[in-house]
Design a protein around this ligand. Structure first.
Ligand code: FE2
Length: 291
């Protein structure tokens, strides 16, 4: 066993060491990381500063890469690779983005509980964030363990939720934040997707409660009933006992499984420079719905 793991929370999340992520990974280490992800869902690697090319090469070990919402918006990037997703507040010219820069809407939307890209046809698997510049205060990322959330759900609520689907829309939470200037063309390119509110996590075989701010409707319920149910489930799933909070240091590299966790960023001073870069892999085996 090359990978060294140290739990960071009673339920999930571990610090991982014993491997240099800038060097090519052998198959055995990739398998160990996959196994650790199935168990812990969030892995924190400290002291792994990555160049753009290193970050893209590293992510590719874990599946084909996704380019995120840029596919729909066509927004320009400051990176050399389309597969690097910008999670900071740095403008294209390298300065800290002005308050009114529309790029910040996406950054702010990340502060709502979600799993990445659940609104697209091909579901995603892991996301990986590399911290290049972090703020002195705020900007923590939190993850919630959705397997533990399912286990702890009252039986009556389990029965109410199981078998239902949520409609995930790329624009629902952004429109809710006042960002409503999308063209029909953009809206069409990311038509909403139905996903089960409960699924089985393939790697651990455990059931997962799967609410998100991206859900705008729930099957079999009226729009307000569905939105209230999602709010109730989010409140349940993100109770402190299910949540791990990560305080960033430059050089941190954090991987998480979007099929078994939710996450959100915390508020920070938008005039302070923050440069975090994400890669996300696509799911090869579709998530199995619970009948
Ligand atoms: Fe995210």
């Amino acid at each position: 066993m090359t990978l060294k793991l140290k739990p960071l929370h009673p339920l999930f999340a571990a610090e991982a060491g014993g491997v240099d992520l800038r060097k090519p990974l052998d198959e055995q280490v990739v398998r160990e990381i996959d196994a650790a992800m199935d168990r812990h869902a969030v892995l924190v690697f400290r002291g792994q500063p990555l160049e753009q090319a290193e970050q893209v090469a590293l992510a590719r070990y874990f599946g084909p890469l996704d380019a995120g919402l840029r596919k729909a918006t066509g927004a320009p990037t400051r990176f050399n690779y389309d597969e690097l997703i910008d999670i900071g507040n740095v403008a294209l010219d390298g300065s800290v983005a002005e308050r009114e820069n529309t790029k910040l809407i996406g950054v702010l939307a990340n502060q709502l509980w979600h799993a990445d890209s659940t609104f697209q046809d091909v579901p995603v698997k892991y996301s990986m964030l590399s911290a290049v510049v972090v703020t002195e205060e705020g900007g923590e990322t939190q993850w919630a363990d959705l397997r533990a959330a399912w286990d702890a759900l009252p039986e009556k609520t389990k029965r109410h939720v199981e078998g239902r689907t949520g409609r995930h829309s790329a624009f629902h939470s952004r429109i809710g934040l006042g960002d409503d200037k999308y063209t029909d063309e953009q809206l069409k390119r990311f038509a909403p997707v139905e996903r089960p509110l409960v699924h089985v996590h393939p790697g651990s075989g455990r059931k997962v409660l799967y609410p998100s701010v991206h859900i705008d409707r729930v099957s079999g319920l009226t729009v307000p009933e569905g939105r209230l149910l999602v709010a109730e489930l989010l409140e349940h799933a993100t109770q402190p006992e299910f949540v791990y909070t990560h305080t960033w240091r430059a050089g941190d590299y954090v991987m998480w499984d979007n099929r078994s966790t939710l996450h959100r960023g915390r508020r920070y001073d938008l005039t302070a420079r923050r440069d975090l870069r994400r890669t996300t892999t696509l799911e090869r085996d579709a998530v199995r719905a619970v009948a």
